[in-house]
Design a binder for this molecule. Structure first.
Ligand code: LMR
Length: 389
């Protein structure tokens, strides 16, 4: 019976991990999968994570199931970090998920169940957005969000899309640190988007995977928080992979700000039911770590400080890269003002392949680079290799 299956292509982004590992050249650089690395090339475990893990090891007294909704205290702390107090707490439904991808999938399943089967996706976007929505049975409608040659957000397209969308349509938004472009929406643009979404009866699905990697913990959710004061309902998919460095622990949550405690309970029950039929219950460890950190002011302070150090390192790399690359591509000076881990270079697939084979520089065929994969000492060398194309 398995012979009815066709071989599927490997995920091209994740395949880069293996290819990079196998490359034995000393000057190789991994600008592929979105994982933060420090100046020594390591993906560090946050000091606060280590401390929380030690504490858990000593105090945790059971491994019994956490239930389909996960840990309610974790959810409460995480929502405070994300939404602050802009939405009445009893109006917010929350369910712990296996990473941000799990949150996006539950959101998509919920949208499908609501009958609002269409979602608008600005391109380019994270390469797994469309496959997740498609797997949930949603119709995907796309528009151009970002122009790579000029490195600019095509805000007029966002406005036109929102104006032309049908009431009940979902719209995917990146809260900050746009993956893959680093393109930034200004606060006035968020105000316009929020007003349009409310006026047109659209359901925003906001992907928040890099809080603290852009302008800072609060600035990175300022647009989202404004949106939540204007639209009656939304979905917010949160990943703790990058912000807490918990990639492999699969830690995240889906939140749904609603209009009443009763509505929140209905949404929560649907999300929990969808989780139950998919993976039953979320993994515990990462969420227990985040919960331990956020419920201890000293640990939370230490975590935020370390995160801020990472952010500043990425900002420095951005400036150095922009400075070098603008001498050949003037528009790439914009990389300095973009935010998060990623930017898109105006490269052809053939050029991306040449960088890999001739220079050991690994990046996806789209031309996306992971800024956080570079050490300061490597920037000049990598820029030189880009220039040699
Ligand atoms: C990325 O975009 O590189 C990360 O979010 C990792 C992933 O799962 O794709």
């Amino acid at each position: 019976m398995f012979d009815t299956l066709a071989r599927q292509p490997d995920d091209p982004l994740l395949a880069l991990i293996g290819l990079f590992r196998m490359d034995e050249r000393p000057g190789k650089a991994d600008l592929g999968v979105g994982v933060y690395r420090d100046e020594t090339g390591r993906t560090p475990i946050f000091r606060a994570v280590k401390a929380a893990e030690k504490r858990l090891l000593e105090t945790q007294d059971t491994k019994a199931y956490v239930g389909p909704e996960g840990d309610l205290v974790f959810l409460d702390h995480l929502w405070t970090l994300v939404g602050g107090d802009v939405v009445e707490r009893s109006h917010v439904a929350g369910v712990q998920t296996p990473g941000g991808s799990g949150a996006l999938r539950l959101a998509a399943d919920l949208i499908k169940r609501m009958g609002g089967a269409r979602i608008w996706l600005g391109l380019p976007s994270w390469p797994n957005h469309a496959p997740i929505f498609k797997a949930a049975g949603l119709e995907i409608a796309t528009y151009e969000f970002f122009d790579i040659p000029s490195q600019s957000v095509l805000f007029d397209n966002v406005v036109q899309t929102f104006e032309g969308a049908r009431a009940g349509d979902a719209v995917l938004l990146h809260a900050s640190c746009h993956n893959p472009t680093g393109g930034v929406l200004s606060q006035p643009q968020w105000l316009e988007i929020a007003a349009l979404a409310a006026e047109r009866g659209l359901l925003p699905l906001v992907d928040l995977a890099y809080q603290g990697f852009g302008r800072g913990l609060d600035p990175d959710v300022a647009g989202l928080r404004h949106l939540l004061t204007v639209v009656p309902e939304a979905l917010v998919a949160v990943s703790c992979s990058k912000s807490f460095g918990l990639y492999r622990e699969r830690t995240g949550a889906i939140f749904a700000p609603t209009t009443s405690p009763v509505a929140a309970d209905v949404v929560r029950s649907n999300l929990a039911g969808l989780a139950r039929t998919s993976y039953s219950m979320p993994p515990d460890h990462g969420a227990a770590v985040v919960c331990t950190i956020l419920s201890d002011p000293a640990l939370a302070r230490d975590w935020a400080e370390e995160l801020e150090g990472m952010r500043q390192r990425m900002t420095g790399i951005r400036r150095a890269l922009a400075e070098g690359l603008r001498t050949r591509w003037q528009s790439l000076g914009a990389i300095a003002d973009q935010e998060g881990m990623f930017s898109m270079l105006p490269l052809t697939q053939a050029e991306v392949l040449r960088l890999r084979t001739e220079h050991g520089i690994y990046m996806p065929g789209s031309g996306r680079i992971n800024i956080a994969g570079l050490k300061t000492t490597e920037v000049a060398d990598v820029v030189g290799k880009f220039m040699s194309l």
